[in-house]
Write a protein of this length. Structure first.
Length: 318
């Protein structure tokens, strides 16, 4: 735990922002060294200038049956906090629709404030379009958010903790994905380069696992029918202690992240819970994203440590 706490402080102090090409490159150099010290040989996968992603992979994708993933890039700052509620899709949609309407109204007001004093009504529409596109562009390519403890330094720390705790196994592969914040380009590129693994293997995705005492494990619709998977998950992850793990297999679940590029997956996130709303993730893409619970990282590390041998044993019998 002491080593993981040092890693946490180092990540939050030295590599709090991983948005530009230079920032990502410097981080990957450090990451390769940490993985090597943990007994994992890593390499980079580049996917060309058009895609622009560089994924860091530890293990052999051609031999692995379990992929443990987390995106390492960090986002831009948003005008309003990002809101995610994996189990309350209606609240998620309403919030983001309202946020979009706020930006539209802002663009209309600015366009009117500029065109009306100039007595140029024909200027309003093109100015509105320019402002709307500018606001959309800034949500992806705008100034970097400077506090990214939960999104997604927490996922990176979880993978590093797993790498240190889990003995090297040729059937397990760690993948640090790039460009989650650019429409999941890193995950898309990985799926295209490794179509067999992407179609047939199990992918865990750790995204925003640091803030919230409820640890949600959300199998994909196809994975909900995998009895070996569900059995291993329920045995490996406990609802006891300060972190309450819950395997969700019922109802409508929507969690937008890299796992959506893979058929068989388990999305993992930490949430808070509010009566009437349900599970939600707070403070994303704001300066208040400063919480990264080591209890959560420990729960994930120990859970995956129990899950891997259970799942591999059960699947090898079949």
């Amino acid at each position: 735990m002491e080593n993981i706490e040092k890693l946490k402080e180092y990540l939050l102090t030295i590599y709090p922002i991983r948005k530009s090409s230079f920032q990502k490159e410097e981080f990957r150099k450090w990451l390769a060294g940490e993985l090597r010290r943990s007994g994992w040989r890593s390499h980079e996968e580049h996917y060309g200038k058009f895609n622009g992603s560089v994924n860091m992979i530890a293990g052999d994708p051609d031999k692995a049956t379990i992929f443990l993933c987390a995106h390492y890039d960090t986002p831009s700052r948003m005008l309003v906090p990002n809101f995610v509620s994996p189990t309350n899709v209606a609240a998620h949609v309403i919030y983001h629709f309202a946020a979009a309407m706020i930006m539209v109204i802002l663009a209309v007001l600015v366009s009117f404030a500029v065109s009306f004093p100039l007595n140029q009504p024909g200027l309003m529409l093109p100015l509105f379009i320019i402002l709307a596109l500018g606001l959309l562009w800034s949500s992806v390519y705008g100034p970097a958010n400077r506090s990214n403890a939960n999104g997604n330094t927490s996922g990176v720390l979880a993978l590093l903790a797993i790498a240190k705790a889990l003995p090297h196994n040729k059937r397990v592969c760690l993948v640090f994905l790039d460009n989650n914040e650019r429409n999941l380009l890193g995950a898309s590129a990985f799926r295209k380069k490794h179509p067999g693994a992407a179609s047939n293997s199990l992918f865990f995705n750790f995204d925003c696992v640091g803030d919230g005492e409820h640890l949600l494990l959300m199998p994909s619709k196809l994975s909900r029918w995998d009895e070996s998977l569900l059995s291993a998950l329920n045995k490996a992850f406990s609802d006891e202690g300060t972190v309450h793990a819950k395997v969700l297999t019922q109802g409508l679940i929507y969690y937008p992240s890299d796992h959506r590029k893979f058929k068989f997956h388990v999305a993992v996130c930490a949430c808070r819970r509010l009566a009437g709303l349900g599970y939600y993730i707070p403070r994303l893409r704001t300066k208040r994203d400063t919480v990264l619970s080591l209890d959560n990282i420990t729960a994930i590390t120990e859970g995956i440590g129990r899950f891997v041998p259970l799942y591999l044993e059960e699947t090898s019998v079949q």
